[in-house]
Structures are given as structure tokens and as C-alpha cells.
Design a protein around this ligand. Structure first.
Ligand code: ZN
Ligand code: ZN
Length: 147
């Protein structure tokens, strides 16, 4: 009986140690965090690459967006009788918070965190809004955003 209890204690201690090891290496606050977790396949942050212009894909870093996640953008209020409005796209959570390449899908220039894309948003009452990227502040000859 004593042997059994000892084995049980060792097993539990082993599981706790394993769990500690995992959370040490795979928690986002850990300095060893590799940017992914073994279970990220099933987790929320399942960012795969998509093609720029696809729905739910960030036009700057071409990362697929999570359901409900939006690119950081600023849309101008629409004028009367005009079905589309101008918007500035600053990027998504991934390319604003992490070190991933940011590029303009039109001119291919690398964008800094202060750069943005200019796009036209077509509001369609019965379906998803359509966003047409025109270019970035460099190829559209616009200044930097004033914060
Ligand atoms: Zn992005
Ligand atoms: Zn550009």
C-alpha cells in the first residue's frame, strides 16, 4: 500500500512539474514564448495567412483575422447620395502588436506602424461591406496620421 501511495505522489508531482514547464514556456508573458502554443491549432489565435483582399484578411500583413476581430480603421462619415466612403486602415491586432512584415498591397512598400492604407468602403445593406484598398500613404502621397 505504501508503494502505491508513493507512486501516486510521484505521478501527481510529475504532472504538476510538466504543467509548470508548459506554462513557463508557452504563456504569452514568458520570455521564452515562441509565439505559438501546442494547442493554438484549437485555440482562438489561429492566424493563418490569406490573400490580401480576401474577406477577413488584414490587407497590410495578410494575416487571417479571427471571427469578430477587426482591423483598426477610421471611416469618414458618408456623404448624402454616395454609397461608398473613404477609410484609413492602420492594421490588425497582429501587425500592430507583433513584429510581422507590414506591406502595402498596391505598391509593395514596407509600412511602419505610423503608415496606413487608404481604402474605399462600399456599404451594402444586405451583405458584408466591401473594402477596396486604393494604396498607402506613400503611393497615394498622403502625410502621416496625426495622433
Ligand atoms: Zn495586419
Ligand atoms: Zn503603397
Amino acid at each position: 500500500m505504501g508503494d502505491f501511495v508513493q507512486a501516486l505522489v510521484f505521478t501527481i508531482a510529475g504532472i504538476i512539474l510538466l504543467w509548470f514547464g508548459y506554462s513557463l514556456f508557452f504563456s504569452p508573458s514568458s520570455p521564452f514564448y515562441p509565439g505559438w502554443t501546442p494547442w493554438s491549432k484549437w485555440g482562438k489565435k489561429n492566424n493563418g495567412r490569406g490573400r490580401p483582399g480576401d474577406p477577413q484578411v488584414c490587407p497590410i500583413c495578410s494575416m487571417r483575422l479571427d471571427k469578430g476581430e477587426l482591423v483598426k480603421s477610421f471611416a469618414f462619415s458618408s456623404q448624402k447620395g454616395v454609397s461608398d466612403r473613404l477609410m484609413y486602415i492602420r492594421g490588425c491586432f497582429t501587425c500592430l502588436e507583433r513584429d510581422v512584415p507590414r506591406r502595402c498591397p498596391i505598391c509593395g512598400l514596407e509600412l511602419s506602424l505610423d503608415d496606413y492604407l487608404v481604402a474605399r468602403m462600399f456599404e451594402r445593406p444586405n451583405s458584408r461591406n466591401h473594402v477596396h484598398v486604393l494604396g498607402c500613404n506613400h503611393c497615394k502621397n498622403l502625410g502621416k496620421l496625426i495622433k
